[in-house]
Design a protein around this ligand. Sequence first.
Ligand SMILES: Cc1cc2nc3c(=O)[nH]c(=O)nc-3n(C[C@H](O)[C@H](O)[C@H](O)COP(=O)(O)OP(=O)(O)OC[C@H]3O[C@@H](n4cnc5c(N)ncnc54)[C@H](O)[C@@H]3O)c2cc1C
Length: 604
Amino acid sequence: MTTQDTKNAGKIGAKKITRREIIRTGAVAGAAAAAGGLAGAGSAAAQTPGLTWDREADVVVIGTGASGFPAALVAREAGHSVIMVETQPHVGGHACVSGGHLPLGGGTSLQRAAGIDDTPDKVFADLTDWSVVQSNGFPDYRYNDREVIRAFADHSAPTFEFLMSHGVKFTKTAPDGEAGSSYGNSGPRQMHIAIMDYPLVKNGRPLPPGEGATYASGNGLIQPLYASAREQGVEILLEHRMTAIHRETPRSGAVTGIEVTHNGATMNIKARKAVFVGTGGSTGNVNFRRMFDPRLTEEYCGLAGMPYSDQDASGELASMAIGASLWGFYNQTGEFGSALDRGEHIGCQYGYGNLKWEPGAVVFDKARATGLFVNDWQNVILVNMLGQRFYDETAERFTANRYNQIKDYTPYNWRNAKDITYNPPNFINAAMAGIGDGHNGGGPIWAIFDQDAVEREGWDPTPPNVDIAEGFFYQADTIADLARAIRIKYQRVTMPPENLEATVARYNSFVDAGLDADFDKPRPLYKIERGPFYCAWGTPVLHDTRTGLRINGKCQVVDMNGEIIPGLYCGGESAGGLSLHGLARATCQGFIAGTNAAQEPTRA
Ligand SMILES: Cc1cc2nc3c(=O)[nH]c(=O)nc-3n(C[C@H](O)[C@H](O)[C@H](O)COP(=O)(O)OP(=O)(O)OC[C@H]3O[C@@H](n4cnc5c(N)ncnc54)[C@H](O)[C@@H]3O)c2cc1C
């Protein structure tokens, strides 16, 4: 595929898209004619006065990620035409850059072959178990929506078989309990998607021959599904951004289609049966995410998975504009899992630990730097905007439940929580505490270190490893000059040089004493004393969205009165009610939604 094709594909709106351009767009995705074709300009009646349909299909899928592809394929394989729209010039969303760890259970063929006794009822019990609690008192599953979990439990194994039958391969033949979060305590369910010969999105390169079968990555999910979709004649419109969802009237009747923009022009795509919202969540939208946590101001600009794709809440906002409700807010604010995480690659904007952008990635011009991976947090101190330490740098992130975390586990049993030792992993909360100036966000967090640390870690603190141009990394000969050098819009106040000097001097005295009198860092090991000195962005990163649109067990979107919005479906990170990290939730809900969307009546 070339982006040029899709850039040219929809010169639309004021300048109408031509049939030849449509066919070229279809050629990008496989077979436009099979997918739905062109509704002659103004030929299909639309309810909103003046609204005309430029395109139409039975099912319109918004987003080409983990939820979008299963939804599109299931509907297409049931015999219906499907158009997918994708705002980016590439398919895959966060699924493409993900680690590929996929906890689908409930009795998959591979679980059975490995002698693992798992059932939908066990999945349901696990993911609704009120008694599973983390060491900070936060429960993983208590606030999940029972109808949504029942549907997930019942469709987990069928979704897994669906993925296998569409060419998705796994690194192992049996599931284990590694990676991921909050997928149940009672049985191994985690499978790892093999990248095979597909390129890694983080650097654009495949692994050496033979290595891809044992290396997990989400592109091993997306590429086979994308190939199947093209083969089946699903039409995929890249760089087509959904900007509104049409309904018969703004607050009543069935959903009729969507509005998209492409190259500055607007077009309307009619959905004869259903629209599926698979837009991947809301964590990248500052005002939206602050509804759930006011602290999440703009400095948290290092969303995991960006800049490959954003989570801008466009699906949620367009659905809410026609009456949709949100659901399950606790799942977003509960302090467990990876929704809020520490940046492990420092000195760059996108520092999520499991995704190191490298030259060769299609978005490296936007990512700009790989960052320096911190192997040992003894090598740096972390300071706030005022140059003050705030916590033990080696502290752990939030924890989450997984297979076998609780020994002698019995579902819904009070004993599961009885022996938990209270030990809150509060690093993130301290980092977001702010500087007492009345602002909600904690401001930038900076890693401060010296040349000795660089040598111990084996870092090369020069571009493209660090982002000097955009102000995410600084170097100076003195500590005071380092503080003076910081210039980035998120740094609301100048860091007082004397503060940073005092902080470093005090920390060095802790190293001499063998004791961190302020934060109990386990035996501080290294002084910061040999220049040059360095200052690297180490601000917490945002990850999952776990609150989204209210859906029912069929993945139909529900409004503020508890009524179904006919013809509107949602799954993945844009859907609420299921607190489970990532791919399993998204693929399964796409599968469920596609199945039900295909059964919708065809509307005129
Ligand atoms: C670095 C990283 C590692 C991860 N590792 C794992 C893992 O190992 N295991 C796991 O289970 N999960 C993992 N995840 C999470 C997982 O990738 C996501 O939860 C999953 O992809 C969500 O699926 P989705 O369909 O909701 O969104 P996505 O897969 O992100 O797809 C959404 C798509 O919608 C598009 N879109 C958004 N708005 C619009 C619009 N208005 N118009 C048109 N298109 C739009 C986006 O560009 C995107 O392509 C990881 C995520 C990241 C970022």
